[in-house]
Design a protein around this ligand. Structure first.
Ligand SMILES: Cc1cc2nc3c(=O)[nH]c(=O)nc-3n(C[C@H](O)[C@H](O)[C@H](O)COP(=O)(O)O)c2cc1C
Length: 315
């Protein structure tokens, strides 16, 4: 099919394999591109800029004529590698950047000079208008069904509100598990979809088999929001370990979080502990099973190659 997103990225189907911290990798994106969709990797999945360079070169070499690849950049101060990542991506090139958290202005200016499109994560109209005014090429509308740091509005409400008030294409992120879901998002006015959780249990993904199998065994009713990872509510599978540690901030944290001069440090410590726990759970055998995923794992019935997941999604 041809629509705003397929034309923008020169791809066959209006689908982006969404960036997922610790999960996405070059093999997943290569497989996605070969199926005629776009793939995106968080730049933070690379420890160093040199590793990021290797990934960009590999993807450029593997890119077919109807595939596209991009990187996700966290553009606020919490990402100390932001400047170096942006410089590297603009120097070596890619098709698009997805920005999250913070003001994307600098990214938009630099990326456009390098001929790279910029799509911005957005959860409400106010921020959508802001990124549109800054020159974003499209909006990633993160809804209440998304995995990770989800938004507050239903897919329909968010897409319709953004389509009515913004002129740039709206790409819906969250809650897509099958072709009918894609058709629904397009019928609300979206130009395409960004799909994450469905690809966690892909053969190519970086995470442990236990994490992938959990996406098969658990379903949408097993997804809960926790504040115990980054401090910002995030969706995780409600494993016995998550039930044991609880999903709310501890009493001490919530007291310290209200303290004017301490709250910044409490947030940073929580972020660092949470990220470590998630990393260990995703990449090592551990009983501390904090597995990030969204309700669309309901559609994950087996661990499959990316190619097969996409075949089912477009058929
Ligand atoms: C395990 C996991 C990790 C994620 N990491 C990131 C990330 O690093 N950056 C980002 O912008 N979004 C991240 N997301 C959100 C996705 O890019 C996408 O918006 C979301 O997965 C769409 O919802 P879905 O899971 O229902 O398909 C993550 C989502 C999941 C499930």
């Amino acid at each position: 099919m041809t629509n705003q997103l397929t034309s923008l990225l020169n791809i066959k189907h209006p689908i982006i394999q969404a960036p997922m911290f610790l999960v996405s990798n070059v093999d997943m994106v290569k497989a996605a591109m070969l199926c005629g969709i776009a793939g995106c990797i968080p730049a933070l999945n690379y420890r160093t800029v040199d590793e990021l360079k290797v990934a960009i070169k590999e993807l450029k070499a593997a890119k077919p004529k109807d595939g596209a690849f991009g990187f996700n950049l966290i553009v606020n101060k919490s990402n100390v590698k932001y400047k170096a990542q942006l410089e590297t991506i603009c120097e070596l090139g890619c098709d698009f950047i997805i920005t999250s958290l913070g003001n994307p202005e600098e990214t938009i200016i630099s990326a456009h000079k390098a001929g790279i499109k910029v799509f911005c994560d957005v959860v409400d109209l106010k921020f959508a208008k802001k990124v549109e005014a800054l020159g974003a090429d499209a909006i990633i509308a993160v809804n209440s069904k998304a995995g990770g740091h989800r938004g507050g509005k239903s897919p329909k409400d968010l897409i319709e509100e953004l389509c009515e008030n913004c002129a740039i294409p709206i790409i819906s992120a969250g809650g897509v598990g099958c072709k009918a879901d894609i058709d629904k998002m397009l019928s609300y006015g979206a130009a395409g979809v960004s799909v994450g959780s469905l690809f966690i249990a892909s053969e190519e993904s970086n995470v442990t088999n236990e994490y992938k199998q959990a996406c098969v065994d658990y379903g949408e009713n097993d997804i809960v929001m926790t504040q115990r990872i980054s401090g910002t509510p995030c969706t995780v599978i409600n494993t016995p370990y998550v039930q044991k540690i609880g999903t709310q901030q501890t009493w001490l944290e919530s007291v310290l979080n209200k303290h004017k001069s301490l709250k910044k440090w409490v947030k940073m410590i929580r972020f660092s502990i949470g990220m470590n726990a998630t990393k260990n759970a995703a990449t090592k055998a551990t009983y501390k099973t904090v597995w990030v995923a969204g309700p669309s794992i309901e559609y994950t019935k087996a661990i499959l190659p990316v190619k097969e997941i996409i075949r089912r999604l477009v058929n």
